[in-house]
Design a protein around this ligand. Structure first.
Ligand code: ARG
Length: 563
């Protein structure tokens, strides 16, 4: 039950405004003492030619107060106080019945959303920036799924381009089969770097690299086999990370997948008369839109990053008929996506407007050791391992006898990192500070997970209470604020989807944890004499744990029962 709707409907019975306008006008008062919703009467004042204070007073007399604790006028506002007992009973029962379904809806039924995320480059290390796209994309994927959308998670692997010709050449010259098995990406990186060093001395190597890429494009057997092998071993390594993060994809169609599909798209662009030659390259001019041209074919006739994206977008529209196609990619590629989307539009694809570049900021490290490392790429695996080790240290300090310590540390440590990525709006840069991220206090993953574990242990300690819950006794401010927070779950998800911002859900779950701790720090649970009240409080805690679990799942975190 949505109390805002109920309130708006009540108001509608006494004023001449439509429901939508009323809902827009409704405010949440700055203090809980002022009620749950307030309706400002300024707008009515113009039509009714009366002072807003007077209107508020009149409405207070007229309005049907049934189901509300009270409705009062404060100056130009009409303030609504919900019937707390009824409200708590409704919300808590609903959560306990719906369990992991709580928060979901069927809003998106019948519509497909493509979410492209992660998309690392084959044969290159998976670094900390990749977790940003992976975490945001996974969260959006789960959030959209929770509202009934058909979701397609796409990993647009960077597995095409002249560098793969170079890699083939390098492997044939210096590759070590054993090392490739053992530490694939390290080995591929080694020979790639060597290729560049050698090519500086002998420029014919570059030609050899181009030759191999040409062979790859033409489907040459040997080149294709090597390319597939590089892809397989890289993916094996990436998949280990995805498993640790609990991230899944429905499609791994990367850039190479479009090799045999690009010609048709290039021809289509040509047939629309928008392909022009510029310095030997084939481009779509975009100066009318204040952008440099979108290069479709390089002067040697080879396709380019944008060609693959144009082809991929068309392919996705054909295959999935998406409502929206979301690209979770760093903000340094803003121009690229603007060019691609504009070109799609100029080709006459009216759905180009349904493509969204969801960008994000940079990751920086407060820790000098990490930021000064040579090459400056920080491997994600190292980061995750470090978080787990540090968490294990904390557990050894705080709770040395905990069962399955390693498993718990894995969930808390990795969760802490993911949480930190999703805590603020996407485009804000992240400054990585271990102390803060792993702390059990403050707005962190461990804090929320600890709150869950605390609730869970309370429930275990209390055992079964054989009595009907008496929700009319949940009358304190802290209880009401907590239940109100629990009620807001679906609204948070929907708002996060509207903005394509997972942080709305992250902030939401922080608020729930805070509200719970406020309650817990000021009211007893186990030592309550009144069984009806005790049971009501226990049910409220159970509901809180459920909501925390559901919300954390949406942003890619798992809960632990004890920590
Ligand atoms: N592989 C690219 C990179 O690591 C990201 C791909 C982004 N997606 C796309 N459709 N262009 O920088």
């Amino acid at each position: 039950m949505d109390y805002k709707k109920i309130t708006a409907n009540r108001i509608k019975e006494v004023v001449e405004l439509d429901l939508e306008t009323i809902e827009k006008l409704l405010e949440v008062p700055p203090k809980p003492e002022m009620g749950d919703y307030a309706f400002p009467c300024f707008q009515l004042s113009k039509v009714m030619r009366k002072a807003p204070n007077m209107i508020a007073e009149e409405l207070k007399e007229k309005i049907n107060k049934e189901g509300f604790e009270k409705i009062e006028n404060f100056g130009p506002y009409l303030n609504f106080f919900m019937d707390k007992a009824n409200f708590s009973k409704d919300i808590i029962s609903k959560i306990l019945i719906e369990k992991e379904e709580y928060g979901k809806s069927e809003f998106g039924n019948g519509k497909t959303m493509c979410v492209e995320y992660s998309s690392p480059n084959i044969a290159k290390p998976f670094h900390v920036g990749h977790l940003f796209t992976t975490a945001i994309g996974n969260a959006l994927y789960r959030m959209l799924g929770s509202q009934g959308y058909d979701t397609v998670g796409i990993n647009h692997l960077g597995d095409w381009g002249t560098q793969f010709g170079k890699l083939i050449s390098a492997y044939k010259r210096w590759g070590n089969e054993e090392a490739l098995e053992k530490e694939p990406i390290k080995e591929l990186l080694r020979i790639y770097v060597k290729f560049h060093d050698e090519a500086e001395k002998d420029s014919s190597l570059e030609d050899e690299g181009r030759m191999y890429f040409k062979r790859l494009e033409d489907g040459d057997e040997e080149a294709t086999a090597l390319w597939n092998r590089f892809k397989d071993v890289s993916l094996k390594e990436f998949n280990m990370i995805y498993d640790r993060l609990g991230v899944k994809f429905d499609s791994f169609a990367g850039e190479g997948f479009y090799n045999d599909k690009m010609n048709a798209v290039v021809e289509e662009i040509r047939s629309k008369g928008i392909l022009t030659e510029s310095n030997g390259a084939q481009v779509v001019m975009l100066d009318e839109y204040n952008m440099p041209p979108c290069i479709v074919l390089k002067s040697d006739g080879a396709s380019i990053y944008a060609t693959r994206d144009l082809t991929a977008a068309k392919y996705r529209k054909d295959k999935y008929n998406f409502e929206k196609c979301i690209y979770v990619v760093g903000k340094d590629q803003k121009l690229h996506f603007k060019q691609v989307f504009k070109t799609l539009e100029l080709m006459g694809n009216e759905w180009a407007k349904d493509c969204y570049h969801i960008s994000f900021g940079l990751v920086r490290f407060a820790d000098k050791k990490l930021s000064t490392r040579k090459g400056n790429v920080i491997l994600l695996e190292e980061l995750l391992n470090e978080a787990v080790i540090k968490t294990l240290e904390t557990i050894n300090e705080k709770n040395p006898n905990l069962e399955n310590k390693e498993k718990v540390a894995e969930k808390i440590g990795i969760g802490a990192i993911v949480f930190n990525y999703l805590r603020n709006t996407r485009e804000k840069d992240i400054v990585f500070d271990w102390k803060e991220i792993l702390s059990f206090d403050g707005e962190t993953g461990p804090y929320v997970q600890y709150t869950y574990a605390r609730g869970n242990s309370l429930l275990n300690k209390a055992g079964e209470v054989d009595c009907e819950p008496d929700y009319t006794k949940l009358t304190t401010k802290e209880e009401f604020e907590l239940v109100k927070a629990l009620e807001g779950f679906n609204k948070a998800i929907v708002s996060g989807i509207d903005k394509l911002e997972p942080c709305v859900v992250t902030r939401y779950v922080i608020d729930v944890a805070k509200a719970f701790n406020k309650f817990y720090n000021s009211h007893p649970v186990i030592n309550v004499e009144d069984e009806g009240l005790k049971k009501a409080r226990l049910n409220m805690i159970k509901a809180t744990c459920q909501v925390i679990k559901n919300a954390l799942y949406l942003i890619g975190l798992e809960t632990v029962d004890k920590m």
